[in-house]
Each structure stands twice: as C-alpha cells, then as structure tokens.
Design a protein around this ligand. Structure first.
Ligand code: ASP
Ligand code: MG
Length: 405
C-alpha cells in the first residue's frame, strides 16, 4: 500500500515527539508500505517566525516572509529524516518544490498549479522514504511560496493525489472530527465519516481540523482523508465523497462566536436598497455571512440586518454608516454580543423537519432567535452570545448526537 502521513506541529513539539513519530513511520515502512511523510513546523515555530518578521518589517515583504516561514518545516523535515534513518528506514528530506509542488506567485496564499510526482516516484522506487516539508511550494520563477496557514494538510492531500496513494492520513492531537466542539459539548463524539461538503461547512464554522483549501483540493481530486490522533489508537474520521448511508439528518453542530451584527434601521423599502448596502461591503472585500430584511414599519421603511466576521467589524461599520446616510435611514445598530449556532448535515436538504427541530430546541431553552440562515446542508441561527454554549448543547442533544433520547 502507498500511504501519505502528515504530522502537525503539536505532534512534533520536540525531539522526543519527533522520535516517537519516526518510530511509528518506521513500523509502517517495515510492514511493507511505501510511505511519504509530510511535516509541519515544530510546535509553535511558525507563530514565532511570524512574530519576528513582524518586528523587523511589519510583514511587508511577502516574498521574504515566505522564505523565512519555510525554514520551520525544513527543520522538522530534516530532523525527521535523520530520526527515521536512525531507526533503520532510509529517508531523505525534501522541500515542497523539490517534491514537485508548483504554485503561482501569490506569496502567503499560493495556489497549487501542478504537482510533478517524478522525484517522489524515484525515491520510492529506490526504497527511500521521502519526508516533505508541508505548507510550501515553488513559484514559476523559482521562489519559495507558502500555501496559507495550516497548509501542510494541503501538501499531504496534493501529494496523495499525485502518487495515487491508497490512504492519506492527517495526524494531530485530536482523534478526528467531532459532532460538536468537545470543549463546549462534553458528550460530543468523534465521527466515523463525513462528506467533503459537510467538512467545508464545519471548517468555515471554526472546526479547525483541516485547512479549508485542503478540503477543497480533496473534494476536487477525490482523495479520501483520514483525520486521526498521533497519541491514541482509534480509527479517526474519514472525510470522503458523500455515501448513501450518510443520510442521517444532522451530522454535527457548530458554533461561531466571532461575528458582529450590523442593523440599518429605517431605510426606504424600495428596490435596490439591499443591493446598495451589500455592494459596498463586497467592493471592500468584506464577506457578509447572513442578511435579513424585515418590514417593521408601516411608513414604507424597513430594517436590514447583516452579519460580518469580527475582524471586518470596524471597516464594515464605517461603510454601513455611510450607506445609511446616503439612504436617509434612521439609525445604525451594532451588536457584537452574538453567536451563530449551526446544524450541518447532508440530510438537511431532504428534511424540512430539521429546521423545526432546531427552532424547537432553542424555544424550549427560552433562547431567542435573532436571525436565520440556510444553505443546502446547513441551518444557522443567530442568538445572544450569552446563550451560545447552552444553545449548542441543546441543539446537539435535540438531534440525538449524544446518542441519548
Ligand atoms: N506550519 C504552518 C502553520 O503553522 C503550516 C501547517 O502547520 O500546516 O500554519
Ligand atoms: Mg493544522
């Protein structure tokens, strides 16, 4: 079997951790499998390098920043190759570019444009285990590029696709994807499997098991990903093409507390008003999460409420203030004390009852719903921030994700 194994920074904190991982890889190779290892930088190395660059030039030179950040993965790859060799598995460290990962020149957020598997194939044919630096590639003019934070996941999936690996295993300090964040919902359970689309909905809700770009790449190339723990045995979670038996109603619930609601109160109720409010935000590159319009006045006035990510709050408020002025609206309301509770599942699309169950669960807990949003496989409610954790637990229970009636 051909296996790609990716190890995250928390699995490579120090030399003891690296040695333990090397031992595990060695055993896999000894069992007769062809292994390609992908590594992240050790522990918090990338954050530390970002801090240093921040102090020197305020992160202004993207090309040099990528060059610096790439050194984190180079260290762990070299040390891993040495540790493997010491255990008796011959291994060579390779930079992303040397392993055939070609990208565009968007430093810091480079896109993979192609993968040339030749170097890996040559090493595998010689019985050498390649240890590839995650998170990086090479631009058309030969510069080192990085693939966005968390990009080692993407490296592993791209390489698994290129060498047609039988399995792509992503190792971290958690045993997989859960039915809810276990720090908030104590009886959350690790899922056996979920679809790429479900994972994407959860990733954008802050379930940081896999980088979003990596899931998109996996979906496009059809690579089945197995997310599992370095530190405990267990099957982990498969992220794969949607299977018929997935059709449980709701697979997982998620909470996003990094949102702000902005209300434009008393704007004219006529065509083009919502368009104007949203266009300006779009032009500024601000993503609107949910929008809602209510006809709350009998004087042909309406209220528009929208939510944006907290990081965009200040800019969004400024733009909305301006829009409100242009429209002659009466007030701007900004509320950062909100949270979004979402139920995600491939089964959502076939069952109206899912929305009813969600609303009933919140109603029974006396939690007020401020806004509602839906996508094909997700239903979300905005609630007060102070209700957020309770709401998530209620909804988790209402969909029987804790296995209790
Ligand atoms: N070391 C990089 C980061 O911290 C890439 C990765 O770990 O996947 O974002
Ligand atoms: Mg990661």
């Amino acid at each position: 079997m051909r296996v790609v194994q990716k190890y995250g920074g928390s699995s490579l904190k120090n030399m003891e951790y690296i040695d333990a991982v090397a031992k595990r890889v060695h055993q896999t190779a000894e069992a007769g499998h062809a292994v390609v290892v992908v590594v992240s930088a050790m522990g918090d190395t990338t954050d530390e390098l970002v801090d240093r660059a921040q102090q020197v030039d305020g992160l202004k030179t993207a090309r040099n920043l990528d060059f610096l950040l790439a050194t984190g993965e180079m260290q762990s790859a070299a040390l891993m190759a040495m540790a493997l060799t010491r255990h008796g598995t011959r291994a060579f460290a390779l930079m992303g570019g040397q392993a055939g990962i070609r990208t565009d020149s968007q430093f810091g957020q480079a896109r993979i444009t192609g993968v040339d598997a030749e170097a890996l194939e040559r090493l595998l044919a010689q019985g050498v285990t390649p240890v590839v630096t995650g998170f990086q590639g090479i631009s058309p003019d030969g510069a080192v590029t990085t693939l966005g934070r968390g990009g080692s996941d993407l490296t592993a999936i791209a390489l698994a696709s290129a060498i047609q690996a039988d399995s792509c295993e992503i190792y971290s300090d958690v045993p997989g994807v859960f039915t809810a964040d276990p720090r908030i919902v104590p009886n959350a359970k690790a899922l056996a499997s979920l679809s790429y689309d479900e994972m994407l909905e959860l990733a954008s809700q802050g379930a940081q098991v896999l980088q979003t770009q990596a899931v998109l790449y996996a979906r496009q190339s059809g690579v089945t990903v197995n997310a599992r723990s370095t530190f405990e045995e267990g099957p982990g979670t498969r992220i794969e093409t949607e299977q018929a038996e997935f059709n449980t109603l709701v697979t997982a619930v998620a909470l996003d507390t990094h949102l702000t609601k902005i209300g434009l109160v008393g704007v004219p109720d006529r065509p083009g008003v919502a368009a104007l409010a949203c266009e300006k935000l779009a032009q500024a590159g601000i993503n609107i999460d949910l929008v809602f319009q209510a006809l709350s006045h009998d004087d042909a006035r309406a209220d528009i409420a929208l939510t944006v990510a907290d990081r965009d709050r200040d800019r969004a408020v400024r733009i909305c203030q301006q829009t409100l002025g242009e429209l002659g609206g009466s007030a701007l309301v900004v509320d950062a004390d909100i949270a979004k509770v979402s139920a995600v599942g491939a089964g959502v699309r076939n069952h109206v009852g899912v929305a009813a169950t969600l609303f009933r669960a919140l109603a029974d807990a006396h939690i007020n719903i401020q806004m509602i949003g839906t996508s094909e496989i997700k239903i979300s409610c905005i609630v007060a921030r102070s209700d957020a954790e309770r709401a998530l637990n209620q909804v988790h229970h209402a969909f029987r994700l804790d296995g209790k009636d």
